[in-house]
Ligand binder design. Structure first.
Ligand code: ADP
Ligand code: MG
Length: 371
């Protein structure tokens, strides 16, 4: 690959590029905004504001107070497979950042009318630069100094306009797509609770065409799960909810066991932390829209794990679905995050064993879950 010397955003080595799951990273509104928020979190932001204009049809803007981007990196910001987070395939097993493929901004440039980056590093603050990207991901124009505190703002206008059919579909389903994006943003709003060391203030607003801007979702920067759940859904949402705090051993299949041993980690202990509706009372929900799963703090949709939870719950309470926030903490070698382009699918080694253990531990006769 091409390496720009002295810069932080580098091309992933040629051979490694092939080992990274490629494909369409940005397929809808929720994946677009997810990628931007992930970048802000990766940049260490403690304050993130997401502004939708006309449910995202007009623009999506993500403003953060993260590290900012250094001038020597401007050229590589939106080039495909350029990232500051990963340079070789070996890094993938230990990657702790949300991003690692260097594809999101490149895709967003190609899939929108315009993408602009306003950024300032600590050194430059309170002055920054506005960079307008071309669809190819190269720089179209670069401003002189503008006022900007440390951080980065990315504004994407006219998402999917270059793809007429996709754009039409987006226009037709804008409100539903917006709802899905808000739900995914709620999951990201809970990420700081899974790390417990650093709070992030997240605010999401929408301004309908010709209407007033309204705040859709807001957290207060707390790492407490109760405080965050209250901020997101109100104090009532904590009624009849109990702490989820499980710990158990899972038999990993042999390859993983060997790998874990080689890496010195040795144990296959799984912890599950979070919240769940009490079995006895439930919370009157029939859908599964308030079920949030994380693996080592990464929002994901482990459908079989989710199904297992719901099955156990229904054996106590047949007519309701629980509210669930569950973070699975397991050795990083026991899962693979490089499965789907959007990173929502995480491959769990020995998933069957894990699900089995989960069912046993949650079963009435062996319940660690208070009713
Ligand atoms: P990836 O996240 O996989 O590295 P992206 O295309 O999402 O790829 O971003 C490309 C690069 O641009 C990142 O590696 C990072 O260096 C920089 N970047 C993007 N967004 C931000 C941000 N909000 N703050 C700081 N740097 C950013
Ligand atoms: Mg990214």
């Amino acid at each position: 690959g091409i390496q720009t010397s002295g810069s932080n955003i580098k091309a992933i080595e040629g051979s490694s590029v092939h080992q990274i799951t490629s494909g369409q990273v940005v397929i809808d509104l929720q994946t677009a905004v997810k990628e931007l928020v992930e970048n802000s979190l990766d940049a260490g932001a403690t304050n993130i504001e997401v502004r939708f204009k006309d449910y995202g049809l007009k623009s999506i803007e993500v403003v953060d107070n993260g590290t900012g981007i250094a001038p020597e990196d401007y050229d590589s910001i939106a080039l495909k497979h350029h990232t500051s987070k990963l340079t070789s395939f070996e890094d993938l097993t230990t990657v702790t950042t949300f991003g690692f493929r260097g594809e999101a901004l490149s895709s967003l440039c190609a899939l929108s009318d315009s993408l602009t980056v306003t950024t300032a590093t600590a050194q430059q603050s309170p002055m920054g630069t506005v960079i307008e990207m071309a669809p190819s991901g190269t720089i179209k124009s670069r401003s002189g100094k503008v006022a900007r505190q440390r951080g980065t703002t990315i504004c994407v206008s006219g998402l999917f306009t270059p793809l007429a059919v996709r754009r039409k579909e987006f226009e037709r389903n804008a409100k539903r797509e917006f709802g899905k994006a808000l739900n995914l943003l709620s999951a990201y709003a809970l990420v700081p609770c899974t790390h417990e060391n650093k709070g992030v203030r997240l605010q999401v607003s929408n301004q309908p065409n010709g209407g007033r801007k309204t705040v859709q979702l807001k957290t207060d920067g707390s790492t407490s799960i109760n405080a965050s759940v209250t901020a997101l859904w109100g104090p009532k949402s904590l009624e009849n909810v109990v702490d989820l705090d499980l710990q158990f051993l899972v038999d990993m299949d042999r390859t993983v066991a060997r790998r874990l041993k080689d890496s010195g980690e040795g144990d296959t202990e799984v912890k599950v932390k979070g919240l769940i509706s009490s079995f006895a009372v439930g919370c009157g929900r029939t859908g599964t829209d308030r079920q949030f799963f994380f693996i080592n703090g990464r929002p994901c949709s482990p459908s079989r794990v989710q199904k297992a939870f719901n099955e156990v719950y229904r054996s106590f309470n047949t007519n309701q679905s629980p509210f669930i926030v569950a973070n699975f903490i397991l050795p990083t070698n026991a899962c693979d995050i490089n499965v789907s382009p959007d990173k929502r699918t995480i491959f769990l080694h020995s998933e069957n064993n894990l699900i089995q253990a989960l069912k046993v531990i949650c079963h009435p006769s062996h319940s660690q879950l208070p009713s």
